[in-house]
Design a protein around this ligand. Structure first.
Ligand SMILES: Nc1ncnc2c1ncn2[C@@H]1O[C@H](COP(=O)(O)OP(=O)(O)OP(=O)(O)O)[C@@H](O)[C@H]1O
Ligand SMILES: [Mg+2]
Length: 195
């Protein structure tokens, strides 16, 4: 059986790591967290002080990921990181799951994670404007991409939905959420889209 490379991407705090951990244990997979990898292997170009985040050296990260995928003895590899689309070669990837969450709910998750001010509104704007989905569509073939609405769903339910797609019992598509339209119809667009 050839190795399956599964990417989990999405806006910060959407739930990637929580889902990736359970999915990894269900599949007996190798787990790679790109932020941890960047820090451990020093694949960092510098810090973005304004956003309080690291700037990843994407070229070195791409080489490192190729090595990890080639050397891995597990059948499945679960890769977790919001910039995964830039750092794993498209021919190596089998499935990309883009996790989406209603911005009203995501705001609460972000606040719980300690986000506030500009960083909170910038990341919420990314979710509302489908930035992560667009980045993913720019790199990978659409048939490899599965967009999942995780709003009000437990980690277990989300992992179950992913397993159904992986085992072929459920089809998956992109273009399943419309946060702009939803917020507008709820009269919340101006409140949420501040940047
Ligand atoms: N389906 C869920 N239901 C309820 N809470 C959740 C769910 N998924 C994640 N959480 C909680 O939301 C927070 C963010 O989750 P998590 O760390 O998995 O997100 P992430 O996408 O990996 O974030 P980051 O981009 O910062 O790494 C955590 O406190 C987690 O416990
Ligand atoms: Mg995470």
């Amino acid at each position: 059986m050839s190795k399956r490379v599964i990417l989990l991407v999405g806006t910060p705090c959407v739930g990637k790591t929580s889902v990736a951990h359970l999915l990894t244990s269900k599949l007996g997979a190798l787990y790679v967290n790109l932020t941890d990898l960047a820090l451990h292997e020093n694949l960092v170009l510098g810090r973005d002080e304004e956003r309080n985040s690291i700037i990843v050296d994407e070229n070195r990260m791409r080489c490192e990921m190729r090595k990890i995928i080639q050397d891995c003895s597990e059948n499945d590899i679960v890769i977790d990181g919001h910039y995964a689309a830039g750092v794993v070669h498209k021919e190596l990837v089998d499935h990309v799951f883009v996790l989406r969450r209603d911005p009203v709910e995501l705001r609460k998750f972000m606040e719980h994670c300690g986000f506030s001010g500009r960083k909170l509104w910038e990341n919420l704007a990314s979710e509302i404007l489908d930035v992560c989905l667009c980045d993913t569509l720019n790199v990978y073939e659409e048939e490899k991409i599965c967009e999942l609405d995780t709003s009000s769903r437990s980690v277990k339910e989300i992992v179950y939905a992913i397993l159904e797609v992986l085992n072929g019992s459920k089809q998956c598509h992109v273009g399943i959420v419309d946060w702009l339209g939803k917020l507008e119809s709820e009269g919340l667009l101006e409140k949420f889209l501040r940047i």
